[in-house]
Design a protein around this ligand. Structure first.
Ligand code: HEC
Ligand code: HEC
Length: 375
Protein backbone atom coordinates (compact mmCIF):
# COMPACT_ATOMS: atom_id res chain seq x y z
CA UNK A 1 0.00 0.00 0.00
CA UNK A 2 1.37 3.43 -0.94
CA UNK A 3 2.19 5.80 1.87
CA UNK A 4 -0.10 8.49 0.50
CA UNK A 5 -3.10 6.12 0.47
CA UNK A 6 -2.28 5.05 4.00
CA UNK A 7 -2.08 8.61 5.26
CA UNK A 8 -5.29 9.43 3.43
CA UNK A 9 -7.03 6.53 5.19
CA UNK A 10 -5.61 7.60 8.50
CA UNK A 11 -6.72 11.15 7.91
CA UNK A 12 -10.26 10.21 6.94
CA UNK A 13 -10.32 7.82 9.91
CA UNK A 14 -9.40 10.67 12.19
CA UNK A 15 -12.00 12.84 10.56
CA UNK A 16 -14.68 10.20 11.06
CA UNK A 17 -13.62 9.72 14.66
CA UNK A 18 -13.76 13.40 15.44
CA UNK A 19 -17.19 13.77 13.85
CA UNK A 20 -18.37 10.80 15.94
CA UNK A 21 -17.13 12.43 19.12
CA UNK A 22 -18.71 15.65 17.97
CA UNK A 23 -22.06 13.90 17.43
CA UNK A 24 -21.97 12.27 20.81
CA UNK A 25 -21.34 15.54 22.58
CA UNK A 26 -24.22 17.09 20.67
CA UNK A 27 -26.60 14.31 21.68
CA UNK A 28 -25.58 14.56 25.32
CA UNK A 29 -25.98 18.31 25.58
CA UNK A 30 -29.27 18.46 23.70
CA UNK A 31 -31.43 16.32 25.95
CA UNK A 32 -34.32 18.67 25.23
CA UNK A 33 -34.78 20.40 21.89
CA UNK A 34 -34.30 24.19 21.97
CA UNK A 35 -38.04 24.58 21.66
CA UNK A 36 -38.76 22.22 24.59
CA UNK A 37 -36.17 23.87 26.75
CA UNK A 38 -37.67 27.31 26.07
CA UNK A 39 -41.04 26.01 27.31
CA UNK A 40 -39.51 24.42 30.41
CA UNK A 41 -37.57 27.61 31.19
CA UNK A 42 -40.71 29.70 31.51
CA UNK A 43 -41.72 27.87 34.70
CA UNK A 44 -38.81 25.72 35.82
CA UNK A 45 -35.15 25.86 36.70
CA UNK A 46 -34.11 22.51 35.22
CA UNK A 47 -30.64 21.80 33.84
CA UNK A 48 -30.44 21.30 30.08
CA UNK A 49 -29.24 17.76 30.76
CA UNK A 50 -30.51 15.27 33.36
CA UNK A 51 -29.14 14.99 36.89
CA UNK A 52 -27.83 11.56 37.89
CA UNK A 53 -30.26 10.11 40.44
CA UNK A 54 -28.63 6.71 40.80
CA UNK A 55 -26.17 6.57 43.62
CA UNK A 56 -23.17 4.83 45.08
CA UNK A 57 -23.77 2.99 48.34
CA UNK A 58 -20.84 2.48 50.69
CA UNK A 59 -21.29 -1.30 50.84
CA UNK A 60 -23.01 -2.03 47.55
CA UNK A 61 -21.26 0.28 45.07
CA UNK A 62 -23.16 1.96 42.27
CA UNK A 63 -26.83 1.00 42.39
CA UNK A 64 -28.53 1.49 39.02
CA UNK A 65 -32.27 1.26 38.55
CA UNK A 66 -33.62 4.78 38.91
CA UNK A 67 -34.80 6.34 35.66
CA UNK A 68 -33.32 9.85 35.59
CA UNK A 69 -36.10 11.15 33.35
CA UNK A 70 -38.81 9.81 35.68
CA UNK A 71 -37.00 11.16 38.75
CA UNK A 72 -36.77 14.59 37.06
CA UNK A 73 -40.52 14.51 36.44
CA UNK A 74 -41.01 13.29 40.02
CA UNK A 75 -38.99 16.23 41.33
CA UNK A 76 -41.28 18.71 39.57
CA UNK A 77 -44.39 16.89 40.85
CA UNK A 78 -43.01 16.73 44.42
CA UNK A 79 -42.69 20.52 44.49
CA UNK A 80 -45.88 21.33 42.57
CA UNK A 81 -48.66 22.89 44.67
CA UNK A 82 -51.13 21.95 41.92
CA UNK A 83 -51.13 18.47 43.45
CA UNK A 84 -53.44 19.88 46.13
CA UNK A 85 -57.05 20.91 45.55
CA UNK A 86 -56.47 24.57 46.44
CA UNK A 87 -53.02 24.83 44.77
CA UNK A 88 -51.64 25.67 48.20
CA UNK A 89 -49.50 22.73 49.35
CA UNK A 90 -47.00 20.43 47.67
CA UNK A 91 -45.35 17.32 49.08
CA UNK A 92 -42.46 19.62 49.98
CA UNK A 93 -44.70 21.81 52.19
CA UNK A 94 -44.64 19.04 54.79
CA UNK A 95 -41.35 17.43 53.71
CA UNK A 96 -38.77 20.23 53.57
CA UNK A 97 -35.33 19.44 52.20
CA UNK A 98 -33.50 21.66 54.71
CA UNK A 99 -35.19 19.65 57.51
CA UNK A 100 -34.23 16.24 56.12
CA UNK A 101 -37.59 16.26 54.27
CA UNK A 102 -39.65 16.56 57.45
CA UNK A 103 -41.70 19.40 58.94
CA UNK A 104 -40.93 21.58 61.98
CA UNK A 105 -44.55 21.52 63.17
CA UNK A 106 -45.94 18.76 65.41
CA UNK A 107 -48.83 18.53 62.96
CA UNK A 108 -48.55 19.76 59.39
CA UNK A 109 -51.08 22.05 57.73
CA UNK A 110 -53.01 20.58 54.80
CA UNK A 111 -54.57 22.15 51.68
CA UNK A 112 -57.51 23.82 53.47
CA UNK A 113 -55.75 24.74 56.72
CA UNK A 114 -56.62 21.62 58.71
CA UNK A 115 -53.93 19.80 60.73
CA UNK A 116 -52.66 16.31 59.93
CA UNK A 117 -53.34 13.61 62.49
CA UNK A 118 -49.64 12.85 62.99
CA UNK A 119 -46.15 14.32 62.84
CA UNK A 120 -44.61 14.32 59.36
CA UNK A 121 -41.95 11.65 58.79
CA UNK A 122 -38.49 12.50 57.47
CA UNK A 123 -37.70 11.10 54.02
CA UNK A 124 -33.98 10.70 54.22
CA UNK A 125 -32.76 7.20 54.43
CA UNK A 126 -31.30 4.25 52.70
CA UNK A 127 -34.23 2.23 53.94
CA UNK A 128 -36.72 4.25 51.93
CA UNK A 129 -34.99 2.94 48.87
CA UNK A 130 -34.49 -0.61 50.02
CA UNK A 131 -38.04 -1.22 51.06
CA UNK A 132 -39.88 0.14 48.10
CA UNK A 133 -37.68 -0.31 45.11
CA UNK A 134 -39.17 -2.92 42.73
CA UNK A 135 -41.57 -4.04 45.39
CA UNK A 136 -38.79 -4.27 47.92
CA UNK A 137 -36.92 -7.29 46.70
CA UNK A 138 -34.38 -6.19 44.14
CA UNK A 139 -31.78 -4.78 46.47
CA UNK A 140 -28.85 -6.57 48.04
CA UNK A 141 -29.43 -7.60 51.62
CA UNK A 142 -33.15 -7.09 52.01
CA UNK A 143 -34.86 -9.74 54.02
CA UNK A 144 -37.72 -7.92 55.63
CA UNK A 145 -40.01 -5.53 53.93
CA UNK A 146 -40.93 -2.53 56.03
CA UNK A 147 -44.02 -0.46 55.48
CA UNK A 148 -44.42 3.29 55.24
CA UNK A 149 -46.28 5.68 57.57
CA UNK A 150 -46.39 5.57 61.38
CA UNK A 151 -48.82 2.64 61.22
CA UNK A 152 -47.01 1.03 58.24
CA UNK A 153 -50.20 0.93 56.19
CA UNK A 154 -48.50 1.78 52.87
CA UNK A 155 -46.26 -0.74 51.14
CA UNK A 156 -44.52 1.56 48.66
CA UNK A 157 -44.04 5.25 47.94
CA UNK A 158 -46.11 4.65 44.82
CA UNK A 159 -49.05 3.68 47.03
CA UNK A 160 -48.23 6.27 49.66
CA UNK A 161 -48.16 9.14 47.17
CA UNK A 162 -51.71 8.33 46.17
CA UNK A 163 -52.70 8.25 49.85
CA UNK A 164 -51.12 11.71 50.38
CA UNK A 165 -52.63 13.27 47.23
CA UNK A 166 -56.15 12.01 47.97
CA UNK A 167 -56.00 12.43 51.77
CA UNK A 168 -58.87 14.70 52.91
CA UNK A 169 -56.49 16.71 55.14
CA UNK A 170 -53.20 16.61 53.21
CA UNK A 171 -53.94 17.40 49.54
CA UNK A 172 -57.66 16.64 49.00
CA UNK A 173 -57.29 15.80 45.31
CA UNK A 174 -58.84 13.16 43.12
CA UNK A 175 -56.31 11.30 40.95
CA UNK A 176 -58.11 11.58 37.61
CA UNK A 177 -58.97 15.24 38.20
CA UNK A 178 -55.31 15.79 38.94
CA UNK A 179 -54.25 14.21 35.65
CA UNK A 180 -56.60 16.58 33.80
CA UNK A 181 -55.34 19.59 35.79
CA UNK A 182 -51.67 18.86 35.09
CA UNK A 183 -52.48 18.50 31.39
CA UNK A 184 -52.99 22.28 31.25
CA UNK A 185 -49.27 22.87 31.84
CA UNK A 186 -47.21 22.63 28.69
CA UNK A 187 -44.08 21.65 30.61
CA UNK A 188 -45.74 18.43 31.77
CA UNK A 189 -46.34 17.18 28.21
CA UNK A 190 -42.60 17.50 27.65
CA UNK A 191 -41.60 15.90 30.96
CA UNK A 192 -44.10 13.02 30.69
CA UNK A 193 -43.04 12.33 27.11
CA UNK A 194 -39.37 12.31 28.10
CA UNK A 195 -40.14 9.89 30.94
CA UNK A 196 -42.72 7.64 29.28
CA UNK A 197 -42.34 8.03 25.51
CA UNK A 198 -45.71 9.77 25.09
CA UNK A 199 -47.19 12.85 26.79
CA UNK A 200 -50.16 11.07 28.36
CA UNK A 201 -50.68 11.95 32.04
CA UNK A 202 -52.16 9.12 34.09
CA UNK A 203 -52.59 8.69 37.87
CA UNK A 204 -50.23 5.73 37.76
CA UNK A 205 -47.47 7.66 35.99
CA UNK A 206 -47.81 10.55 38.45
CA UNK A 207 -47.24 8.40 41.52
CA UNK A 208 -44.60 6.23 39.88
CA UNK A 209 -42.52 9.28 38.93
CA UNK A 210 -42.81 10.64 42.48
CA UNK A 211 -41.64 7.28 43.80
CA UNK A 212 -38.64 7.33 41.47
CA UNK A 213 -37.65 10.74 42.86
CA UNK A 214 -38.19 9.91 46.55
CA UNK A 215 -36.36 6.59 46.16
CA UNK A 216 -33.24 8.50 45.19
CA UNK A 217 -33.12 10.33 48.57
CA UNK A 218 -30.06 8.61 49.93
CA UNK A 219 -28.22 10.11 52.85
CA UNK A 220 -24.76 8.61 53.38
CA UNK A 221 -22.51 11.60 54.03
CA UNK A 222 -22.86 12.43 57.72
CA UNK A 223 -20.15 12.56 60.39
CA UNK A 224 -21.51 9.19 61.50
CA UNK A 225 -20.73 7.73 58.04
CA UNK A 226 -17.22 9.17 58.13
CA UNK A 227 -16.70 7.79 61.64
CA UNK A 228 -14.85 10.86 62.89
CA UNK A 229 -16.23 11.08 66.41
CA UNK A 230 -14.92 13.24 69.27
CA UNK A 231 -14.75 11.84 72.82
CA UNK A 232 -18.29 12.89 73.80
CA UNK A 233 -19.78 11.52 70.55
CA UNK A 234 -17.89 8.29 71.06
CA UNK A 235 -19.34 7.88 74.54
CA UNK A 236 -22.80 8.57 73.07
CA UNK A 237 -22.16 6.03 70.36
CA UNK A 238 -21.41 3.24 72.86
CA UNK A 239 -24.52 4.14 74.88
CA UNK A 240 -26.57 4.07 71.68
CA UNK A 241 -25.20 0.69 70.56
CA UNK A 242 -26.19 -0.89 73.90
CA UNK A 243 -29.56 0.80 74.49
CA UNK A 244 -31.00 1.92 71.18
CA UNK A 245 -29.45 0.03 68.25
CA UNK A 246 -31.48 -3.11 69.07
CA UNK A 247 -34.45 -1.30 67.54
CA UNK A 248 -33.08 1.63 65.52
CA UNK A 249 -30.09 -0.36 64.05
CA UNK A 250 -26.39 0.26 64.47
CA UNK A 251 -25.65 1.26 60.86
CA UNK A 252 -28.66 3.57 60.42
CA UNK A 253 -30.08 1.64 57.49
CA UNK A 254 -33.05 -0.64 58.09
CA UNK A 255 -34.41 -0.49 61.65
CA UNK A 256 -34.01 -3.87 63.35
CA UNK A 257 -37.54 -3.70 64.75
CA UNK A 258 -40.12 -2.62 62.19
CA UNK A 259 -42.63 -1.49 64.82
CA UNK A 260 -42.77 -1.22 68.62
CA UNK A 261 -44.40 0.47 71.58
CA UNK A 262 -41.86 2.67 73.36
CA UNK A 263 -43.96 3.52 76.43
CA UNK A 264 -44.81 7.16 75.77
CA UNK A 265 -47.86 6.78 78.05
CA UNK A 266 -50.46 4.29 79.27
CA UNK A 267 -53.39 5.49 77.17
CA UNK A 268 -52.74 6.51 73.61
CA UNK A 269 -55.20 8.70 71.69
CA UNK A 270 -53.79 7.26 68.45
CA UNK A 271 -53.77 3.45 68.23
CA UNK A 272 -51.05 3.23 65.56
CA UNK A 273 -50.72 -0.17 63.87
CA UNK A 274 -53.61 -1.43 66.05
CA UNK A 275 -55.90 1.13 64.43
CA UNK A 276 -55.35 -0.70 61.14
CA UNK A 277 -55.20 -4.36 62.24
CA UNK A 278 -57.44 -4.19 65.33
CA UNK A 279 -55.19 -6.77 67.01
CA UNK A 280 -54.63 -6.28 70.78
CA UNK A 281 -50.84 -6.75 70.40
CA UNK A 282 -50.67 -3.97 67.80
CA UNK A 283 -52.46 -1.37 69.91
CA UNK A 284 -50.36 1.80 70.44
CA UNK A 285 -47.54 0.29 68.41
CA UNK A 286 -45.77 2.57 65.88
CA UNK A 287 -43.15 2.44 63.18
CA UNK A 288 -39.58 2.57 64.52
CA UNK A 289 -38.40 5.70 62.67
CA UNK A 290 -35.11 6.09 60.85
CA UNK A 291 -32.77 8.35 62.77
CA UNK A 292 -30.77 9.83 59.89
CA UNK A 293 -30.81 13.65 60.05
CA UNK A 294 -32.71 13.37 63.34
CA UNK A 295 -31.30 16.68 64.67
CA UNK A 296 -33.14 18.43 61.81
CA UNK A 297 -36.51 16.74 62.20
CA UNK A 298 -37.91 18.06 65.51
CA UNK A 299 -40.47 17.77 66.99
CA UNK A 300 -40.33 14.04 67.74
CA UNK A 301 -42.56 10.94 67.97
CA UNK A 302 -45.77 10.22 66.03
CA UNK A 303 -47.53 13.15 67.69
CA UNK A 304 -44.55 15.49 67.84
CA UNK A 305 -44.74 15.58 71.67
CA UNK A 306 -41.02 16.20 72.28
CA UNK A 307 -39.51 19.46 71.06
CA UNK A 308 -35.85 18.52 71.55
CA UNK A 309 -33.50 15.54 71.47
CA UNK A 310 -32.77 16.22 75.15
CA UNK A 311 -36.44 15.51 75.91
CA UNK A 312 -36.31 12.31 73.85
CA UNK A 313 -33.24 11.08 75.73
CA UNK A 314 -34.90 11.95 79.06
CA UNK A 315 -37.92 9.86 78.00
CA UNK A 316 -35.72 6.78 77.47
CA UNK A 317 -33.71 7.60 80.60
CA UNK A 318 -36.52 8.05 83.14
CA UNK A 319 -39.92 8.40 81.46
CA UNK A 320 -40.90 5.05 79.96
CA UNK A 321 -44.41 3.97 80.98
CA UNK A 322 -45.35 0.36 81.71
CA UNK A 323 -47.74 0.00 78.77
CA UNK A 324 -49.11 -3.58 78.26
CA UNK A 325 -47.51 -3.66 74.78
CA UNK A 326 -44.21 -2.06 75.86
CA UNK A 327 -41.41 -3.74 73.92
CA UNK A 328 -39.24 -6.15 75.96
CA UNK A 329 -36.10 -4.16 75.15
CA UNK A 330 -37.53 -1.25 77.14
CA UNK A 331 -38.49 -3.32 80.20
CA UNK A 332 -36.36 -3.64 83.32
CA UNK A 333 -33.79 -6.40 82.58
CA UNK A 334 -34.44 -8.23 85.88
CA UNK A 335 -38.04 -7.31 86.53
CA UNK A 336 -40.18 -7.35 83.38
CA UNK A 337 -43.16 -5.85 85.22
CA UNK A 338 -41.23 -2.59 85.38
CA UNK A 339 -39.98 -0.25 82.67
CA UNK A 340 -36.25 0.16 82.08
CA UNK A 341 -34.49 3.08 83.79
CA UNK A 342 -31.13 4.03 82.32
CA UNK A 343 -30.03 6.30 85.20
CA UNK A 344 -27.69 8.22 82.93
CA UNK A 345 -25.46 11.01 84.27
CA UNK A 346 -25.90 14.45 82.71
CA UNK A 347 -22.70 13.89 80.75
CA UNK A 348 -24.01 10.59 79.37
CA UNK A 349 -27.29 12.24 78.32
CA UNK A 350 -25.34 15.01 76.57
CA UNK A 351 -23.22 12.32 74.91
CA UNK A 352 -26.27 10.54 73.48
CA UNK A 353 -27.57 13.82 72.07
CA UNK A 354 -24.12 14.63 70.63
CA UNK A 355 -24.06 11.23 68.95
CA UNK A 356 -27.54 11.73 67.43
CA UNK A 357 -26.29 15.05 66.01
CA UNK A 358 -23.54 13.23 64.06
CA UNK A 359 -26.33 11.80 61.87
CA UNK A 360 -26.88 15.15 60.12
CA UNK A 361 -25.93 15.03 56.44
CA UNK A 362 -25.22 18.57 55.18
CA UNK A 363 -24.51 17.33 51.65
CA UNK A 364 -27.90 15.68 51.36
CA UNK A 365 -29.88 18.73 52.44
CA UNK A 366 -27.95 20.94 49.99
CA UNK A 367 -28.20 18.64 46.93
CA UNK A 368 -29.48 20.75 44.01
CA UNK A 369 -31.07 17.75 42.29
CA UNK A 370 -33.43 17.36 45.28
CA UNK A 371 -34.31 21.07 45.51
CA UNK A 372 -37.32 23.10 44.37
CA UNK A 373 -37.18 23.41 40.55
CA UNK A 374 -39.92 26.07 40.29
CA UNK A 375 -39.00 29.67 39.41
C1 HEC B 1 -50.07 18.28 54.69
C2 HEC B 1 -48.79 17.66 54.94
C3 HEC B 1 -48.29 16.57 54.03
C4 HEC B 1 -48.28 16.54 52.64
C5 HEC B 1 -48.85 17.58 51.69
C6 HEC B 1 -47.60 15.33 52.28
N1 HEC B 1 -47.20 14.64 53.39
FE1 HEC B 1 -46.11 12.94 53.45
N2 HEC B 1 -46.45 12.78 55.44
C7 HEC B 1 -47.12 13.70 56.20
C8 HEC B 1 -47.41 13.14 57.51
C9 HEC B 1 -48.15 13.85 58.63
C10 HEC B 1 -46.89 11.82 57.50
C11 HEC B 1 -47.06 10.76 58.59
C12 HEC B 1 -48.52 10.32 58.45
C13 HEC B 1 -48.87 9.00 59.06
O1 HEC B 1 -47.99 8.22 59.41
O2 HEC B 1 -50.07 8.72 59.21
C14 HEC B 1 -46.28 11.64 56.19
C15 HEC B 1 -45.60 10.49 55.78
C16 HEC B 1 -44.97 10.34 54.55
C17 HEC B 1 -44.11 9.23 54.18
C18 HEC B 1 -43.78 8.01 55.04
C19 HEC B 1 -42.33 7.95 55.43
C20 HEC B 1 -42.00 6.72 56.24
O3 HEC B 1 -40.83 6.58 56.62
O4 HEC B 1 -42.88 5.90 56.53
C21 HEC B 1 -43.71 9.46 52.88
C22 HEC B 1 -42.79 8.59 52.02
C23 HEC B 1 -44.34 10.70 52.44
N3 HEC B 1 -45.10 11.21 53.49
C24 HEC B 1 -44.24 11.24 51.17
C25 HEC B 1 -45.08 12.23 50.70
C26 HEC B 1 -45.26 12.56 49.29
C27 HEC B 1 -44.54 11.88 48.14
C28 HEC B 1 -46.16 13.59 49.24
C29 HEC B 1 -46.73 14.27 48.02
C30 HEC B 1 -47.43 13.42 47.08
C31 HEC B 1 -46.53 13.89 50.61
N4 HEC B 1 -45.87 13.05 51.46
C32 HEC B 1 -47.40 14.92 50.97
C33 HEC B 1 -47.48 14.97 55.81
C34 HEC B 1 -47.64 15.35 54.48
C1 HEC C 1 -38.10 -1.11 71.57
C2 HEC C 1 -37.55 -0.41 70.45
C3 HEC C 1 -36.88 0.93 70.70
C4 HEC C 1 -35.75 1.18 71.46
C5 HEC C 1 -34.91 0.22 72.25
C6 HEC C 1 -35.50 2.61 71.29
N1 HEC C 1 -36.44 3.17 70.49
FE1 HEC C 1 -36.48 5.08 69.85
N2 HEC C 1 -38.31 4.78 69.00
C7 HEC C 1 -38.98 3.57 68.96
C8 HEC C 1 -40.32 3.77 68.46
C9 HEC C 1 -41.39 2.71 68.26
C10 HEC C 1 -40.44 5.16 68.19
C11 HEC C 1 -41.70 5.90 67.71
C12 HEC C 1 -42.71 5.89 68.83
C13 HEC C 1 -43.92 6.77 68.63
O1 HEC C 1 -43.83 7.80 67.98
O2 HEC C 1 -44.99 6.42 69.20
C14 HEC C 1 -39.13 5.75 68.54
C15 HEC C 1 -38.83 7.08 68.37
C16 HEC C 1 -37.58 7.63 68.61
C17 HEC C 1 -37.19 8.97 68.25
C18 HEC C 1 -38.05 9.99 67.53
C19 HEC C 1 -37.95 9.84 66.03
C20 HEC C 1 -38.82 10.77 65.24
O3 HEC C 1 -38.60 10.83 64.02
O4 HEC C 1 -39.69 11.43 65.79
C21 HEC C 1 -35.88 9.12 68.65
C22 HEC C 1 -35.02 10.36 68.46
C23 HEC C 1 -35.49 7.89 69.29
N3 HEC C 1 -36.53 7.00 69.24
C24 HEC C 1 -34.25 7.69 69.86
C25 HEC C 1 -33.96 6.57 70.64
C26 HEC C 1 -32.82 6.47 71.51
C27 HEC C 1 -31.78 7.54 71.71
C28 HEC C 1 -32.89 5.24 72.09
C29 HEC C 1 -31.97 4.65 73.14
C30 HEC C 1 -31.82 5.44 74.35
C31 HEC C 1 -34.06 4.56 71.58
N4 HEC C 1 -34.70 5.41 70.70
C32 HEC C 1 -34.44 3.27 71.88
C33 HEC C 1 -38.47 2.36 69.35
C34 HEC C 1 -37.32 2.19 70.13
Amino acid sequence: MKTSTLSLMLLSGLFLLSSCIHDRVDVEVKYYTDEEYEVLKTALNLPSNLHEYNFTMPNAGFVPGISNSKATLGRVLFYDKKLSRTNSVSCASCHKQELGFSDDKARSIGFDGAETKRNSLALASVANFETSYNGGNSFVGINTRLGFLWDERAQSIHELSQIAITDPVEMGMNMSELAVKLNQDEHYSILFRKAYGDPQITPNRITEAIQEFVNSFISVDSKFDRGTFNALENLGRSLFMVNCATCHSSDMTNPVMAVANNGLELNYADKGVGGVTNKPNDMDVFKVPFLRNIALTAPYMHDGRFATLEEVVEHYNSGIQMHPNLHNFLKHPHNPTQPKRLNLSSQEKAALVAFLRTLTDETFIAEVKFSDPFK
